[in-house]
Design a protein around this ligand. Structure first.
Ligand SMILES: *Cc1c(COP(=O)(O)O)cnc(C)c1O
Length: 386
């Protein structure tokens, strides 16, 4: 899939700074690919709000996808207010006080353990008789290379192992859910599916749906879409009574937009550091946690191009550093720096650490207009604390 950014000088000059800028046509390109998968397989695809909650773009997404997967009451409310299709709510552990409000607005609820299922299924059904109840299982197989992102790691709390499966819930159970991938190709799904099927297929006849979770990096260049389609069709041909869901966060927002910042000052204490009006720690936390180095448009690794700078944040944290990047031209105060692919995960995790204002949010519409949909002010900082 060729994805070409339409950001130009004129657009940069009209934006506030710092600012996240979503490019609507890039989001649509991702949606078109997902739509073609839906059409060729009949699976249903949900948006995972954990990775992407930019609700002012839901009008585009909801015309392609089937609903949202929410991780608790707040995301369930956002799905029900702004997406208005299915809401599948899963939480590692639900609180009794929230079961009623979650069940009322969810089409599906997925429990993490048979104990939670048994404690809350009656209350959920009483609140919403048409709700469909599922269980997250742990296939105990994953190819995720990093423990932080491996739901099937040693002692993982996420999902019920085969050993802990409790057949007494089968009467109420309508679906099984697993989430075992992270930024992975369809070959990883194939392996997880084999284990899932071998261990849990005896229960499939009781069910209406299965959910293969997220982590399918479908919209990344080089992802083997054809293999995904074959796997899904193969599964569906063997279990035609089962609805199959995928729930995607990263693949929805993948390479759909940027974070634009401005150079405020340049200091040279042995090497040139450009201080930007943004922050690694506060505005790009996923680059710290994952971790990864964000690409900067027009730059290379240090010392490849003529002028190397350390790009740094505007908080008082010494380590608020994006990394060392080289450019063809010397940076000047007022120059714009464009961090690539900053829409998924990093946006939902941003904070006002050190009192630094959150980036504004803008959408470059397909007709070329720039909508600044949100500016954050002092209240955003103050209201979080008391
Ligand atoms: C995080 C998460 C997702 C989405 O994962 P992506 O890697 O963003 O596609 C889906 N389901 C569950 C249960 C998750 O925790």
């Amino acid at each position: 899939m060729v994805k070409i950014s339409r950001i130009n000088e004129q657009i940069l000059n009209t934006l506030p700074s710092p600012c996240w800028l979503l490019e609507e046509h890039l989001l649509r390109a991702n949606m078109e690919l997902l739509k073609s998968i839906k059409e060729q397989t009949g699976v249903k695809i949900l948006l995972a709000l954990k990775g992407y909650s930019l609700w002012s773009s839901f009008d585009v997404i909801s015309s392609y996808l089937d609903g949202c997967c929410a991780s608790g009451i707040n995301e369930a409310m956002l799905s029900s207010e702004e997406f208005k299709k299915q809401t599948h709510t899963y939480s590692p552990a639900f609180k009794e006080s929230q079961i009623g409000s979650i069940a009322k607005i969810s089409s599906d609820m997925v429990f993490n353990s048979p104990a939670q299922f048994k404690r809350f299924s009656a209350l959920a059904k009483k609140t919403n008789p048409s709700i469909s109840l599922g269980l997250r299982i742990n296939p105990e197989y994953s190819e995720s290379p990093v423990d932080m992102y491996n739901p099937c790691g040693l002692y993982s709390r996420l999902g019920t192992t085969l050993k802990n499966f409790d057949e007494s819930i089968l009467e109420e159970l309508e679906g099984l859910h697993f989430h075992a991938l992270c930024e992975q190709d369809s070959s990883a799904l194939e392996k997880v599916l084999e284990v899932f099927e071998a261990n849990f297929k005896t229960y499939f006849k009781h069910l209406k749906w299965v959910n293969f979770g997220g982590g399918h990096h479908i919209t990344r260049d080089g992802y083997d879409v054809q293999k995904l389609i074959e796997l899904l069709n193969d599964f569906k041909s063997r279990y035609p009574h089962l609805e199959v869901y995928l729930e995607l966060g990263e693949a929805v927002g993948w390479q759909t937009g940027v974070l634009v910042a401005t150079v405020l000052d340049i200091v040279d204490n042995g090497m040139k550091s450009a201080i930007l009006d943004t922050s690694n720690e506060a505005h790009m936390p996923d680059t710290v946690i994952m971790p990864y180095r964000a690409d900067v448009r027009g730059s290379s690794e240090a010392n490849i191009k003529k002028f190397t700078y350390r790009l740094t944040g505007n908080t008082c944290l010494a380590g608020d550093i994006m990394g060392d990047y080289s450019f063809d031209k010397e940076l000047e105060i007022g120059d714009k720096i464009i961090f690539e692919d900053q829409i998924h995960y990093t946006m939902v995790k941003a904070t006002t650490f050190n009192g630094i204002p959150l980036p504004s949010i803008a959408i470059l519409r397909e007709n070329g207009e720039v909508d600044v949909v949100k500016n954050f002010d002092y209240d955003e900082f103050k209201d979080r604390l008391s």
